[in-house]
Design a protein around this ligand. Structure first.
Ligand code: CUA
Length: 317
């Protein structure tokens, strides 16, 4: 679901730099391996044919001195230069992103991602979960924080990983060259559902991103058909509003994902299941069966109520 996570399949400048560095380590490593294996085989083959005299010992010392000290030192130095250069470019790009970027606050929780687009005007801030839309070709600044334990933000095709640490804000910039959906994953063990702490970055052409942003700024549309109206009432009385917000209604809690535009998202449970009516129904009825240990309790309700609730949630585009 939602694309692969291959670090060598880079789709942004930061990931390209990391992939280049990976190859800059891989090729010398491969060459050294081949040379060492060849020398080992030659040594095995000739071991009985070299008389143990003084001249042989001198030659052996030379081999050890050159092959064991000089050559590795040169190779390590070259690799170090590549690494330091990449690190310097990385921090330069980070400063650049800070100056002209859009910034997005990402807070990690067990086991989901709370996403808030920063804007000087509070009314222009967008809050969503587990999905980050970004415009292509523009560096984005991420402000990474944690609401509980250590997590790690990693979208391999766009950028290296960085930890989210309680009580601290770490910054990471992100840029995608092409529109696409890039899957990410929490990369630091954070409890039993660590593996189900996925996310997606949706890179869009700038005009499309702007349209998306304006759409997300809006409050939830008031339901019009009778099923959705009933569903809204079920939502308010069944306890959903104790944890979730639907902007424009009385539901304003913020301890769980904001559901104002839930239906516009691709997955549920932080990348665990697709966002379809069937999965959503199963999730509401028994989220613990799908993602054991997560904070959402089962919401027992009868069939008609659940159907109405689903009809309402589907209107939250
Ligand atoms: Cu969050 Cu692993």
């Amino acid at each position: 679901m939602n694309g692969d996570q291959g670090i060598l399949d880079a789709a942004g400048p930061a990931a390209e730099r990391i992939a280049d560095l990976w190859w800059a380590h891989f090729w010398p490593g491969l060459a050294v391996f081949v040379v060492v294996v060849v020398l080992l085989l030659v040594g095995l083959y000739r071991r009985h044919r070299w008389p143990a005299d003084r001249a042989h010992e001198a030659r052996a010392s030379l081999w050890i001195g050159v092959g064991g000290i000089v050559v590795p030192a040169v190779i390590l130095l070259v690799v170090l230069v590549f690494t330091v250069r990449s690190m310097a470019q990385h921090s330069a790009s980070s400063r650049d992103a800070e100056e002209r970027g859009l910034s997005i606050r990402v807070v990690g929780y067990q086991w989901w991602w709370d996403i808030t687009y920063q804007d000087p005007q509070p009314s222009r801030r967008v809050r969503t979960a587990n999905e980050i839309n970004i415009p292509v070709g523009r560096p984005i600044m991420l402000l990474l924080e944690s609401g509980d334990v250590n997590h790690s933000f990693w979208v391999p095709r766009l950028q290296g990983k960085l930890d989210l640490i309680p009580g601290q804000t770490n910054t990471l910039w992100l840029e995608a060259r092409e529109p696409g959906v890039y899957r990410g994953q929490c990369a630091e063990y954070c409890g039993e559902q660590h593996a189900h702490m996925g996310l997606v970055v949706v890179a869009q052409p700038p005009e499309e991103f702007d349209r998306w942003y304006e759409g997300q700024l809006g409050t939830a549309a008031e339901p019009t058909d009778s099923a959705a109206l009933l569903g809204q009432a079920v939502f308010m009385r069944s306890g959903c509003a104790v944890c979730h917000a639907v902007r424009g209604t009385d539901a304003m809690a913020s301890v769980a994902p904001d559901l104002t535009h839930l239906a516009s998202r691709q997955t549920l449970g932080a990348g665990t299941i697709p966002n379809t009516r069937g999965y959503l129904g199963g999730w509401i009825a028994n989220p613990q069966a799908i993602k054991p240990g997560n904070r959402m309790p089962a919401m027992p309700m009868d069939g008609p109520d659940l159907q109405a609730l689903l009809a309402y949630l589907e209107t939250l585009r």
